[in-house]
Write a protein that binds this ligand. Structure first.
Ligand SMILES: C[S@@+](CC[C@H](N)C(=O)[O-])C[C@H]1O[C@@H](n2cnc3c(N)ncnc32)[C@H](O)[C@@H]1O
Length: 271
C-alpha cells in the first residue's frame, strides 16, 4: 500500500458499470481491439473491483466481443477480496492484490485502466497524483477512466485521461463523460453529486465546470421551452443547443440517443 492508497470498503452491484462498457466499446473500439506490436500483450486493468469482481467480469465479456484474447487484470487493495476473486480467474483473467501503483509486470503494458468509485473520500488535491500513477503502465494513447456512479449505475460521470508520447508526463485530461439511463429523469444538475472527486466541489462561479453546467442548464431550458418533455428526448435535443454555446461538446447521434454526453474542450478539462 503506498501513501496514495487509502482503504475504503464499499459494495459493487452487478451492472453498475455496463453503460461505461458500452461507451468504451463504441468510442474506443480501436484502443480495445488493436493487436499491433506491444498492443498484442496490452491489458485492461480494473482497479478496486470491490467485494466481488462482477463489474470486472462484465467488462471482460463486453471488451472481448472486440478482442477475444484480451487479458484482464482485476486489482484490489483488500487482500481478502483479491484472494476470493481468484475463484473467477482463468487463463486470461487475473486478480491481484495492489493499489494505484498497479501490480503489473514490465511485459504487461496497459491499454485501459479503469478506477471507478474509488476516490469518494480523500483530499481532492491528491487526484492529479493518483491519475499520473494510474497511467504509469499505459502505452501511448492508452486511457485512464476515473469517476463515479450511483450504486445502480443509473448516473455516471468519468474523466477520460489519455497518455501522450512522453511516458513521464501526466495523462492529458482529455474529456469528461456523462451518462444517464433516464431512470431519474434528466436535468444537468443530476450529475453534480456524481462528478469525479476533484470537480465535485468546483461547481461554483468562476470555475470552468460551473460555466459548463450553466450553459448545459440554459440549453436544457431551451429544449423544454421548445416543447420537448420526455427525458430521453430532452437530453437528445439539449446536446446540439449546448454545442452551439460551449466548445468541445462531441456530437454523435449514438451518444445522444443512448444518454451520453462527452465534453472535450480544447486544451482539456482544467484541474
Ligand atoms: C466502492 S468499491 C468500487 C467497486 C467497483 N469499482 C465499482 O465501481 O462498483 C471500492 C473498492 O475499491 C478498493 N480500493 C480502494 N482504494 C483502492 C486502491 N487505491 N487500489 C485498489 N483498490 C482500492 C476497495 O477495497 C473496495 O473494494
Amino acid at each position: 500500500m503506498s501513501s496514495l492508497d487509502t482503504q475504503t470498503r464499499g459494495r459493487t452491484s452487478r451492472g453498475r458499470l455496463r453503460a461505461l462498457d458500452a461507451y468504451l466499446c463504441h468510442a474506443e473500439r480501436e484502443l480495445l481491439s488493436r493487436r499491433d506490436g506491444p498492443w498484442a500483450h496490452a491489458v485492461f486493468v480494473d482497479v478496486g473491483f470491490g467485494e466481488h469482481p462482477w463489474t470486472t467480469l462484465e467488462s471482460a465479456a463486453a471488451f472481448r466481443t472486440l478482442h477475444p484474447e484480451l487479458t484482464v487484470i482485476g486489482v484490489e487493495l483488500d487482500p481478502e477480496r483479491a484472494r476470493a476473486a481468484a475463484a473467477h480467474a482463468d487463463a486470461r483473467t487475473h486478480f491481484r492484490e495492489g493499489g494505484f501503483a498497479l501490480p503489473l509486470r514490465d511485459d504487461e503494458p496497459a491499454r485501459l485502466v479503469r478506477a471507478m468509485n474509488l476516490l469518494r473520500q480523500g483530499p481532492p488535491e491528491r487526484v492529479p497524483e493518483v491519475h499520473h500513477t494510474l497511467a504509469r503502465f499505459l502505452l501511448p494513447s492508452g486511457l485512464v477512466v476515473e469517476g463515479s456512479a450511483d450504486p445502480e449505475g443509473a448516473i455516471l460521470t468519468a474523466h477520460l485521461l489519455r497518455r501522450g508520447a512522453d511516458a513521464d508526463a501526466p495523462p492529458h485530461r482529455e474529456a469528461l463523460l456523462f451518462h444517464t439511463d433516464f431512470r431519474h429523469g434528466f436535468a444537468p444538475l443530476l450529475f453534480r453529486d456524481w462528478l469525479p472527486r476533484d470537480l465535485r466541489r468546483r461547481v461554483r462561479p468562476g470555475e470552468p465546470i460551473h460555466a459548463f453546467f450553466s450553459e448545459w442548464d440554459a440549453a436544457w431550458r431551451e429544449a423544454r421551452a421548445a416543447g420537448h418533455t420526455a427525458p430521453r428526448d430532452v437530453f437528445r435535443e439539449t446536446a446540439p443547443r449546448l454545442a452551439s454555446r460551449t466548445n468541445g461538446v462531441v456530437m454523435d447521434a449514438w451518444l445522444g440517443e443512448q444518454g451520453y454526453l462527452v465534453w472535450k474542450p480544447e486544451g482539456g478539462i482544467r484541474p
